[in-house]
Design a binder for this molecule. Structure first.
Ligand code: ADP
Ligand code: MG
Length: 292
């Protein structure tokens, strides 16, 4: 059971909006040698805004926007919320899809009048690589600006794309730099593509990033890190992150994240505030001095 000093530290942390579920996590926090972060909603605000859009001139704009609305409406993914908000201010056709699917980490699909429509990652939406070239030239520049580009395809043929910008959280850069100063290796794991991941990683000065990760791969990366580092932490917010949070030596969930992430984690940052990691580190360090 926890010592009075540990209980006092848990209570101090709670006052700052850091919920440690037990003594072990706070006692060991300053022993972390590596921390892996999810990108969307963890290092970034998780509230992207549509900044650019392109619809192939051969297509009917109202119908295309209607398809996007029908695909994204009802999804709780931050990308879906951003696209629905973008469409609310535009003129779109009322379209009902059948056979709708949500492929976690890839995108969404549905059928309309015998055609299959897909929205999401380029690798998921495209069928003809020839056509990708024209699209990828335009979308590469947007990705290099740190934007997430989602494409829309009709039977595997690209017909539109949308670029979304999700800015880094205030204090994220400072938190990364604090951890690095204390010899903690930092890493970002994301389902987003390389270019977008690199732009965000460069902006934050994070040591390493892994892009194009499917949800189930996050746990594998974490287990590999555990072979290389003694004590590995994971910070995340999504359903996708829950297995990795459970596997980490210390799992940290964002307070505005999904319930499953918060249930699985050892620590919850109620205010969604990354700077509290620095406070947690100091508390843990102090606690160690008392205990040893
Ligand atoms: P992250 O790890 O950054 O939180 P996800 O694993 O949730 O990202 O998603 C990875 C990628 O899958 C997104 O960058 C996007 O390209 C695509 N995607 C996921 N959900 C949707 C959606 N609702 N609409 C369009 N694209 C999506
Ligand atoms: Mg996330």
């Amino acid at each position: 059971s926890a010592t009075p000093a540990t209980l006092a530290a848990i209570s101090s942390a709670a006052k700052k909006g850091i919920l440690f579920k037990g003594g072990i996590a706070i006692e060991n926090f300053s022993s972390l040698s590596c921390i892996a972060f999810d990108k969307t909603g963890t290092l970034t605000n998780g509230k992207p805004i549509v900044t650019d859009s392109y619809i192939s001139p051969e297509q009917n704009e109202r119908d295309i926007l209607g398809i996007v609305y029908a695909l994204e409406y009802g999804s709780t993914h931050p990308i879906a919320i951003a696209l629905v908000n973008f469409l609310k201010e535009r003129n779109y056709s009322d379209i009902s899809l059948t056979n709708q699917k949500d492929l976690t980490g890839l995108g969404l699909s549905g059928e309309y009048q015998g055609d299959e429509w897909r929205i999401g990652k380029m690798d998921f939406t495209r069928k003809h690589s020839k056509q990708t070239n024209i699209f990828s030239k335009q979308t590469q520049k947007l990705s290099q600006e740190g934007k997430t580009v989602v494409s829309l395809s009709k039977n595997g043929e690209m017909v539109a794309y949308f670029a979304l910008l999700d800015i880094a959280k205030t204090g994220a850069k400072e938190t990364i730099s604090f951890l690095q100063k204390n010899d903690i290796h930092t890493l970002m794991i994301t389902g987003d593509n390389h270019e977008t991941a690199k732009a965000i990683a460069d902006e934050l000065g994070i040591d390493e990033y892994r892009a194009n990760c499917l949800p189930e791969q996050k746990t594998g990366i974490l287990k590999d890190l555990q072979k290389e580092y003694d004590f590995v932490g994971m910070v995340g917010d999504g359903i996708n992150d829950a297995p990795a949070l459970a596997n980490a030596d210390i799992g940290v969930a964002m307070g505005q994240g999904t319930d499953i992430a918060m249930q699985t984690a050892d620590v919850v940052l109620i205010q969604n505030d990354l700077e509290t990691l620095e406070y947690s580190y100091h508390l843990s360090k102090k606690l160690k001095k008392i205990t040893v």
